[in-house]
Design a protein around this ligand. Structure first.
Ligand code: PLP
Length: 373
């Protein structure tokens, strides 16, 4: 059966060069990076080289990059430390964030009684910047947590603008850049942002490794206690091969960024064109969207909504309805629920997300199968 993978916002295939790099590290640099002998020092050097590579891509200092096992961990750590150690009394976020942020904020609200304010989104998915401006005026120690690219709709938030607004109002700014790191340039010298988080498996690296950027002037308290790894902020023996794989994946993403971006953007517009040619009422669920994510509402009857992913899967096509963590759920997406009318929410929306391994033939096959459903 033909296999078509169009769920690259959920995770991506690992580049062969990344696999080769990781295998080599596992074979040769198996030392414990905390050991003082040469085998350990060699593993430590791998980690520090990876840190420098990542910092160079993002134009920040290598001490500002801290390795974690996922972006979820990095977000939990940053938000918790901000409340516990920085005295943050209020978090401003939005209801269209990933659950890694939303559920962490709710847990902190319950545990520490912090105030939580949600910035609204307009029906096209754009953030209500005017409302954010008003919310920021209050005299309370605040952290703003807003993502860069929405993982379900692809809506791109203007992080320069949000950063400037936070800076002006002395609020900390945490940004979930999981969907944008490795896919667009992020210059951390230019953007007034305090924390970002990223995950290697979203940019053709391995799963189980991510990082946090923490601006040099800020000091986090550890979430895990134990050894002195990661400045004593994140105890636990480092996953040397994963870190090396993540650095290699980011480096390769940057090396190919223009070529791959153009190629993928072309695939996305071809896909929308073909879908609209087949189903004239099909429409994208948002505007100002990123080049690799297409969230499209299909003019199908409601009874097709529940089975659509299953039917596509039976034909070898992997797409999703929302984030991977909730795609088994029949509840409407919490993101689309903020944007669409009740009627539109009942119809099937698909999140189709692309990478440079996809081809126009993949899209032709998807459209052909959808026509049969
Ligand atoms: N934030 C966004 C926007 C995501 O898309 C994801 C992954 O689905 C995460 C956070 C969580 O990342 P991780 O898989 O590293 O925990």
């Amino acid at each position: 059966m033909q296999k078509v993978y169009l769920d690259n916002a959920a995770t991506t295939a690992i580049r062969q060069e990344v696999i080769d790099e990781m295998v080599q590290i596992m074979q040769q640099d198996y030392g414990n990076p905390s050991s003082t002998h040469s085998v350990g020092r060699s593993a430590k050097a791998v980690i520090e080289t990876g840190r420098k590579t990542i910092a160079k891509c993002l134009n920040c200092k290598s001490q500002e990059i801290l390795f974690t096992c996922s972006a979820t961990e990095a977000t939990n750590w940053i938000l918790r430390s901000a409340v516990k150690d920085y005295g943050v009394k209020r978090i401003i976020t939005s209801k269209v964030e990933h659950h890694a942020t939303l559920y962490t904020v709710l847990a902190l609200q319950e545990e520490f009684g912090i105030q939580v304010d949600y910035v609204g989104v307009l029906p096209n998915g754009t953030l209500d910047y005017a409302q954010l401006d008003l919310l920021l005026v209050a005299e309370v120690i605040t952290l703003v947590s807003l993502m860069h690219v929405n993982n379900e709709t692809g809506v791109v938030n203007d992080i320069n603008r949000i950063g400037a607004m936070c800076h002006q109002n002395k609020a900390l700014f945490h940004c979930d850049t999981v969907q944008s790191v490795g896919k667009t340039e992020i210059d951390l010298q230019e953007i007034p942002i305090d924390f970002i988080v990223a995950s290697a498996h979203k940019f053709h690296g391995p799963k189980g490794v991510g990082f946090a950027f923490v601006r040099k002037s800020l000091v986090l308290q550890p979430m895990l206690f134990g050894g002195e790894q990661e400045k004593g902020w994140r105890a636990g023996t480092e996953a040397v091969h994963q870190i090396a794989g993540m650095a290699k994946a980011l480096e390769l993403s940057y090396e190919n960024i223009n070529e791959e971006r153009d190629y993928i953007a072309d695939l996305k517009s071809y896909c929308l064109q073909q879908l609209q040619a087949a189903f004239p009422e099909a429409r994208e669920n948002a505007s100002t969207t990123f080049y690799n994510i297409l969230n499209v509402l299909l003019p199908f009857s409601e009874d097709k909504t529940t089975m659509i992913l299953f039917n596509l899967d039976m034909k070898g096509i992997a797409v999703s309805r929302g984030s991977a963590c909730q795609s088994g759920s029949l509840k409407p997406s919490h993101v689309l629920a903020e944007m669409l009318s009740e009627d539109d929410l009942k119809k099937p929306s698909l999140r189709i997300s692309f990478c440079h391994y996809n081809t126009k033939a993949d899209i032709d096959y998807l459209v052909e199968v959808l026509k049969e459903i």
